[in-house]
Ligand binder design. Structure first.
Ligand SMILES: Cc1cc2nc3c(=O)[nH]c(=O)nc-3n(C[C@H](O)[C@H](O)[C@H](O)COP(=O)(O)OP(=O)(O)OC[C@H]3O[C@@H](n4cnc5c(N)ncnc54)[C@H](O)[C@@H]3O)c2cc1C
Length: 284
């Protein structure tokens, strides 16, 4: 029988010392909802699990004047049920509410959702449109980067060997921001996104002053649809404008055929969801 040791550091210092000591023999674990499925599928186990849930600083959520700081180990359910998230960061709230099942949401963490780097990760598109910054910390020090720079490919991030995601900072969202996260799945039950679309619009006197659109499950990483955003800026929303924007979002995507969908069906979903998300966000 394989013996796996479960380590539970109580501080970042202890974590770094374990990361240094065990190197590739250790594997960082948060809620385990992605990791355990993957390790079982690949029929391989590490010698050591290094659990992050004993480190208090990784579980804190702090709302300040500049925005909200969310510890990477914050459980999806805990975040979703914070009133401030629903009130001031509704695009994230909508994504958290659609992530997995109630049981999964009680175990899964926001940090695990990002570090797993699935193209379909539900929290990534909303965090992208809200301008989130990620704080990474490791044996070599700390660094902060925009979430767009974090993903390198499916299951690939910029995290170094002895580095973890510490927290996520979302800037305070202005009151005139409207947004939506829409997700299409194969069936009505819990499933990964076939396509996910997050839309963020700054409205002024009936026009779109600024716009951001991010797409999930349609490329090797979650992506922004920059040209589609440009089409909206400074314009009044009309059906013609929304169609042009949706077509530009489709052009930005590089979807694949897989068990969830064909690439062509994903493209038609992007078109529909982008228009629907904008319309719902501004009550068109
Ligand atoms: C039934 C089921 C349904 C699901 N439905 C959805 C869904 O609808 N939408 C969705 O997006 N996902 C879904 N998932 C995937 C999963 O639940 C989420 O991605 C979840 O947020 C992962 O978080 P975790 O804490 O469990 O991560 P873990 O499984 O513990 O970790 C995932 C990966 O990230 C690394 N990691 C974790 N935290 C850190 C950190 N702070 N720093 C560095 N590395 C870290 C781990 O080493 C591992 O490689 C589902 C999973 C299951 C089993």
């Amino acid at each position: 029988m394989v013996q796996i040791e479960f380590l539970r550091p109580k501080s970042l210092e202890e974590l770094f010392s374990m990361l240094r000591q065990y190197g590739k023999k250790g594997k960082v674990i948060a809620g385990g909802t992605d990791l355990m499925v993957r390790l079982k599928k690949e029929d391989r186990m590490p010698d050591y699990f290094i659990a992050l849930d004993g480190i208090e600083g990784l579980r804190l959520v702090r709302q300040g004047e500049t925005g909200i700081m969310i510890g990477a180990m914050t459980r999806v359910h805990a975040l979703q049920t914070l009133p401030i998230v629903n009130e001031r960061y509704p695009i994230l709230y909508q994504a958290l509410s659609q992530l997995g099942t109630p049981t999964i949401r009680r175990r899964a963490t926001i940090g695990g959702n990002l570090c797993n780097a699935a193209p379909s990760a539900d929290t990534a598109p909303p965090l992208m449109v809200m301008g989130a910054q990620l704080n990474l910390i490791g044996t070599e020090g700390e660094r902060t980067l925009p979430i767009e720079d974090f993903f390198y490919g499916p299951r690939l991030t910029c995290l170094g060997d002895n580095e973890v995601l510490h927290s996520i900072h979302i800037p305070m969202q202005k009151r005139n921001i409207r947004g939506r996260y829409l997700k299409m799945t194969r069936s009505q039950g819990a499933d990964l996104a076939t396509v996910g679309v997050a839309v963020w619009l700054e409205m002024e006197a009936g026009s779109i002053k600024d716009a951001k659109i991010a797409l999930g499950a349609v490329a090797p990483t979650p992506i922004r649809a920059i040209v589609a955003e440009d089409i909206l800026r400074g314009e009044k929303p009309t059906p013609t404008l929304l169609e042009a924007c949706a077509q530009a979002a489709v052009a930005a995507s590089k979807p694949i055929n897989d068990i969830r969908s064909s690439a062509d069906y994903r493209k038609s979903l992007i078109n529909t969801l982008v228009k629907r998300a904008i319309s719902q966000a501004i009550d068109l």
